[in-house]
Ligand binder design. Structure first.
Ligand code: PGA
Length: 314
C-alpha cells in the first residue's frame, strides 16, 4: 500500500525552498537563490511545517538551527529532487541535450577563466541553464562533500575525499608590485629581496596561500608578512596603493595594465600549479555534464591555451 505520508510532506516547491534555506542558511539567501520574495519563502516554509506537523527549524541568535524533523525532511527533499533530476536527465537524453542544468562550483581564483569557457558552450546549447557558484574554498569543499554540483574547480584539490580529477590548464602564480615600484625596474629580483618588501598574503585555506606557503618552505624563506587579505581583488588594490607586494595567480591580472600593477621578475617564480575539474568518485555524470566535460577537454582546453598565449587571460 502506498505511504500516506506523501499527502503531508508538502509540495515539490516547498521542498525546494526548504533545501535552499538549509544550504543558504537564511530566508534571505533562500529567497535570492530561488528568485522569490522573503515573505513568500517564509509563508511556504510555514505551510510545509504545518503539513509535516513539526517545527522544521528554530532561529537561535542569528543562526538557523534545524530540528530532527527538519533534517529528516531536508534529507528526503534531497532524494526527491535528485530523483526528479535523474528523470530530467533521462528525458533530456531522449530530447537530445536541449534542456537541463549544469552545476559548477569553483574557489574564487577560478572565476577569472570559467566564464570564458561557459560563453561558447552556452551559445551552442542555449536551452541549458548554468548554475555557477563562486565561493571561498571551504564553502566549495562543503558543496563537494554534499555532492551539490556536477563539477568543482580547484588548483589545490581537497584532501581526504574520494574524487575523480581531470587536469585542465596551468595556473602560474606570479610576483606583483605597483608598476612604479623600483623592483619592477630590475631585470631579476632575488626571492629574499622581494619578500622583504612587505608581503600581502591570501587568507588561511586559500589554494593560492597553500601554494605560496609551500613554495616559501621549499626555498627556506621567511616572508615579511604585512597583511592577510581574503580577496584577490583587494590584494591587487592594496598593491596598487603601495601597501606591499604579493604572489597571485596570473589570471587575476588579465587587466593588469588598467590596475597599474606589474609582474616582477623574481627568481624561481612563477609557482607552477594547475587547474583541475573534479567530482565525487562514483557520482554518475548527467548527460549535460558528460558533454561539458568532453567540451572542456577538447575545445575548451585549446581555447584557453590560445587565450593564455595571446595574454587575454593573465
Ligand atoms: P583560491 O584558489 O582558494 O586561492 O582562490 C583556488 C585554488 O587554488 O584551489
Amino acid at each position: 500500500m502506498a505511504s500516506r505520508l506523501h499527502a503531508h510532506i508538502g509540495t515539490f516547491r516547498q521542498l525546494e525552498i526548504l533545501l535552499a534555506l538549509y544550504e543558504g542558511g537564511s530566508v534571505k539567501a533562500a529567497a535570492e537563490t530561488l528568485f522569490l520574495t522573503q515573505p513568500t519563502v517564509s509563508m511556504q516554509l510555514k505551510k510545509l511545517s504545518e503539513a509535516i506537523g513539526f517545527p522544521l527549524y528554530q532561529q537561535v541568535g542569528r543562526k538557523l538551527k534545524f530540528t530532527d524533523a527538519g533534517i529528516a525532511t531536508v534529507q528526503t527533499a534531497r532524494q526527491v529532487l535528485q530523483s526528479c533530476e535523474e528523470l530530467d536527465m533521462r528525458l533530456s537524453n531522449l530530447r537530445g541535450l536541449t534542456s537541463g542544468t549544469l552545476r559548477l562550483a569553483c574557489a574564487t581564483t577560478a572565476k577569472y577563466f570559467i566564464p570564458h569557457l561557459l560563453g561558447p558552450f552556452c551559445e551552442r546549447y542555449p536551452g541549458i541553464d548554468i548554475q555557477f557558484t563562486v565561493a571561498n574554498r571551504q564553502q566549495v569543499i562543503e558543496r563537494f562533500e554534499q555532492g551539490l554540483d556536477d563539477f568543482y574547480v580547484f588548483s589545490h584539490l581537497p584532501q581526504g575525499l574520494a574524487i575523480e580529477v581531470r587536469e585542465f590548464m596551468p595556473n602560474d602564480l606570479v610576483a606583483i608590485a605597483p608598476a612604479a615600484h623600483p623592483l619592477t625596474k630590475q631585470k631579476k629580483v632575488s626571492l629574499e629581496e622581494f619578500c622583504q618588501a612587505g608581503f600581502l598574503i591570501r587568507e588561511q585555506g586559500s589554494g593560492t596561500r597553500f601554494a605560496t606557503e609551500t613554495f616559501f618552505k621549499e626555498h627556506d624563506i621567511q616572508p615579511n608578512i604585512k597583511m592577510t587579505i581574503a580577496s584577490n581583488e583587494a590584494i591587487i588594490h592594496s598593491v596598487l596603493s603601495g601597501l606591499g607586494v604579493s604572489i597571485l595567480s596570473a589570471h587575476t591580472l588579465a587587466f593588469g595594465e588598467i590596475y597599474g600593477v606589474k609582474v616582477v621578475n623574481v627568481e624561481s617564480l612563477p609557482i607552477k600549479t594547475k587547474w583541475s575539474f573534479s567530482w565525487l568518485k562514483g557520482q554518475t555524470l548527467s548527460p549535460i555534464a558528460q558533454v561539458f566535460l568532453e567540451y572542456v577537454e577538447t575545445e575548451g582546453q585549446a581555447m584557453m591555451h590560445q587565450a593564455l598565449k595571446t595574454k587575454q587571460l593573465g
